[in-house]
Design a protein. Structure first.
Length: 578
C-alpha cells in the first residue's frame, strides 16, 4: 500500500465532500462567511481579525504583536482571548497573497476540516490496511454536527485538528527510545497552539494519564518517563504564551468580572448529555456511529486470540492496542468534561471529593468544559473505522458477491450516518435534533471596499465605531466584532473591542460612547483616548440617537464634530479640538 498515494486521493475526496456539505460556500469564498448559528455573527469575525492582526504584525513590526489595535488605549490586548496561533500557517499565505480575510478564513475552515478527516482516514488505514475503514472514520467526523454546523463555523481555528489523530497513533505504542517519543513534540505543540486552553487540555490531559499509567507498570516505566519528558518540553515551548495570558490576569485583578461571558456551570446530564447535539459539545457523533462501534467492540471481544493488524511496518499497533488507545482518548475526554455535580436522568449524583478537588481548578480556567470532548470526538471517529474493519472481517471472503460486500456495507453505513446527520433521525428523544436546512446558510462579509473604508485607510488616528450596544448592553459582541473585522482594512487604533475579557477602563469608555453625540461625553472620551474619528452606523441606533446624529449632518452646528464622509447609512465624523 502506497500511503502517499492514499493520502493524496483521500484529501481530494474529503475536500470534495466538505465542499458538497457546505455548498454554496465554495462559490462565495471571497464575499460570504458561514451563518449556521447566531455566534457566527461575531466569533468568526473575531478570529479573522486576530489572525489578520498576527499576519500584519509579524510582517511589519513583530515587536508590536502583543499590542493589538483594539481596546485603545490599553496595552497587551492580543492576549485577552484566544490567539489561534495554530491556525496562522493556514491563514497567513492566502491573506498575504490577496489581503482578503474572508477568503483566508474560508480556506482555513474548509481546508483544515478536510485535512482532519484525511488524517483520521490515514491513521485507520495504517492500523487496519482498509481504505473503507479509513473512510468510515473520516465520514464519522464530517457527519458530526459540531464540525460543520454547531461550533467550528463559529470558531474556525478549531478546524485545525489534523495533528490530533497522529498524536493518538504515535502515542499508542510505548516508545523504546527518547527519539521515538520526541516525534510527538512538533505534533503536540502545533495542536496545542490551535487553542492553548481547550484544545491543549484535550491533548495534554490524556497524554498525562497515558504516561502515568505506563509509570505504574514496570515494563513500560521508561516509556512513561519519556512521554513525561515530551509533555514537559511541550509546556516549555508554550510557556511564553501562557506567561502573556497570565500577565493580563495580573494586570487586571478584577478580570473575572470584565467579560460578558458569565455562566453558571450546569450539571452534566447522563447518559445522553455528552452525545447530545449541543452547540459546545464535540462528542456528538451519529448514533449510527455509536452502534457501529458497539458492534465492532462485541465482535472484537468474541474474536478468539489476538491478531496482528495489517498496518504499515512494526510501528503499527495490533488491533487490540489500537482499540485500547482510542478508548483511552474517548474516556479521558468524557471524564475531564464532567461537572462536579451530575444527573443520571433526573437522579442527582455528586462526584467523590477527591475527583472534585482535582477538576475544580480546571473550571476556574475553562467556561465550557464540553469542549474538552474534542479528544472523545477524535477517539470515536477512529473507533468507528476500527469497528468497520472488525465487522468487515466477518463478511464472506469467497463467492461471486464477496468483492462487493465490503463496499456495500460501507455505503449502507455511510448513508445511514448521513441520514441521521441531515435529517436528525435515529436520535434519542432527550436530544431532539432538528433536520438541517437544504442549503448551507451564509452571510455577507465586510469587504473593505466602501468609500468610508477608503477614507479610514488614509490616516492612522484612533477610531470609534457606533453603536457599541443598546440599553444596558453596551458590549454587544456583533457591533464590536464588525468594527474589529473592518479594521483589518485600515489598522487604526480602535476604541472598540470584543474578546474573552476586556481591560480595565473599557467599560467606562463604552458608557461615554453610548452617550454620544453629547458634547461632555465626547470631550471626556477625546481627552482620555485622543479619538480622531467616529464611524456611526445609523441602522443600529435608537430613533432618538439616530435623529441626533442626522441633525449634525445638515449644518456644521458643532465646533467639536465635522462630517467627513457619508456612505448611505454610514456617517464618518472628524473629532475636533485638543
Amino acid at each position: 500500500m502506497n500511503l502517499r498515494r492514499s493520502a493524496a486521493a483521500a484529501l481530494v475526496v474529503y475536500a470534495a465532500l466538505v465542499v458538497w456539505l457546505t455548498w454554496p460556500l465554495a462559490a462565495h469564498l471571497r464575499t460570504r462567511l458561514p451563518d449556521t448559528r447566531s455566534p457566527c455573527r461575531y466569533d468568526p469575525l473575531y478570529m479573522g481579525w486576530v489572525l489578520a492582526w498576527e499576519t500584519h504584525a509579524l510582517g511589519t513590526a513583530p515587536a508590536r504583536l502583543r499590542d493589538a489595535n483594539i481596546f485603545h488605549p490599553a496595552r497587551g490586548t492580543l492576549f485577552y482571548g484566544d490567539t489561534g496561533f495554530g491556525a496562522l500557517p493556514y491563514f497567513m499565505p492566502p491573506m498575504l497573497a490577496g489581503g482578503n480575510p474572508t477568503l483566508a478564513l474560508n480556506l482555513l475552515f474548509l481546508g483544515c476540516i478536510a485535512a482532519t478527516a484525511c488524517s483520521l482516514h490515514l491513521v485507520v488505514v495504517c492500523w487496519t490496511g482498509s481504505e473503507l475503514a479509513g473512510f468510515i472514520a473520516g465520514w464519522t467526523f464530517l457527519t458530526t454536527r459540531w464540525v460543520l454546523w454547531d461550533f467550528v463555523p463559529t470558531a474556525p481555528s478549531y478546524a485545525v485538528l489534523q495533528y490530533f489523530p497522529w498524536i493518538v497513533y504515535l502515542a499508542a505504542r510505548p516508545a523504546r527510545r527518547l527519539g521515538q517519543s520526541l516525534r510527538l513534540l512538533p505534533l503536540v505543540v502545533l495542536q496545542c497552539l490551535t487553542d492553548v486552553v481547550y484544545v491543549a487540555a484535550s491533548v495534554l490531559a490524556p497524554l498525562g494519564l497515558l504516561s502515568l499509567g505506563r509509570l505504574f507498570r514496570r515494563g513500560s516505566r521508561a516509556a512513561g518517563l519519556r512521554l513525561l519528558v515530551t509533555i514537559g518540553l511541550v509546556l516549555a515551548v508554550l510557556a511564553p504564551i501562557y506567561a502573556a495570558h497570565l500577565a493580563v490576569r495580573d494586570a487586571n485583578p478584577d478580570l473575572a468580572r470584565q467579560t460578558i461571558w458569565r455562566f453558571t456551570l450546569l450539571p452534566t446530564s447522563l447518559p445522553w448529555g455528552p452525545i447530545a447535539m449541543r452547540f459546545q459539545s464535540p462528542a456528538t457523533v451519529t448514533v449510527v456511529s455509536l452502534l457501529l462501534i458497539a458492534t465492532g467492540a462485541v465482535l472484537r471481544l468474541l474474536e478468539p486470540g489476538a491478531r496482528r493488524g495489517r498496518g504499515q511496518g512494526e510501528e503499527a499497533p495490533a488491533p487490540g492496542l489500537a482499540w485500547r488507545a482510542c478508548c483511552l482518548w474517548v474516556v479521558a475526554g468524557l471524564v475531564f468534561s464532567l461537572s462536579p455535580s451530575l444527573y443520571w436522568y433526573k437522579t442527582p449524583i455528586n462526584l467523590p471529593p477527591l475527583v472534585v478537588s482535582f477538576v475544580t481548578p480546571l473550571y476556574q480556567v475553562v467556561r465550557s468544559p464540553e469542549r474538552l470532548r474534542i479528544a472523545s470526538l477524535v477517539g470515536l471517529s477512529l473507533l468507528a473505522g476500527l469497528a468497520f474493519a472488525q465487522c468487515a472481517r466477518r463478511l464472506p471472503a469467497r463467492g461471486r458477491l464477496a468483492p462487493a460486500t465490503r463496499p456495500l456495507l460501507a455505503a449502507a453505513i455511510a448513508a445511514a450516518m448521513y441520514a441521521q446527520y441531515a435529517g436528525g433521525i435515529l436520535v434519542p428523544a432527550a436530544v431532539g435534533a432538528r433536520p438541517l436546512p437544504h442549503v448551507y446558510p451564509l452571510a455577507a462579509a465586510i469587504t473593505g471596499r466602501s468609500p468610508i473604508d477608503r477614507l479610514l485607510a488614509r490616516s492612522d488616528g484612533p477610531l470609534l465605531e457606533l453603536p457599541v450596544g443598546s440599553g444596558s448592553d453596551l458590549f454587544a459582541p456583533t457591533s464590536h466584532a464588525r468594527a474589529m473585522y473592518r479594521s483589518v482594512f485600515h489598522w487604526r487604533p480602535l476604541l472598540n473591542g470584543y474578546d474573552s475579557y476586556w481591560p480595565a477602563g473599557f467599560a467606562e469608555r463604552m458608557v461615554l460612547a453610548s452617550r454620544l453625540p453629547d458634547p461632555a461625553a465626547l470631550a471626556a472620551l477625546r481627552d482620555e483616548t485622543s479619538v480622531e474619528l467616529l464611524l456611526v452606523h445609523l441602522p443600529g441606533l435608537q430613533p432618538s440617537q439616530r435623529a441626533a446624529w442626522l441633525a449634525l449632518t445638515d449644518l456644521p452646528r458643532r465646533d467639536d464634530l465635522r462630517l467627513a464622509g457619508r456612505d448611505g447609512d454610514d456617517l464618518l465624523f472628524e473629532v475636533r479640538g485638543r
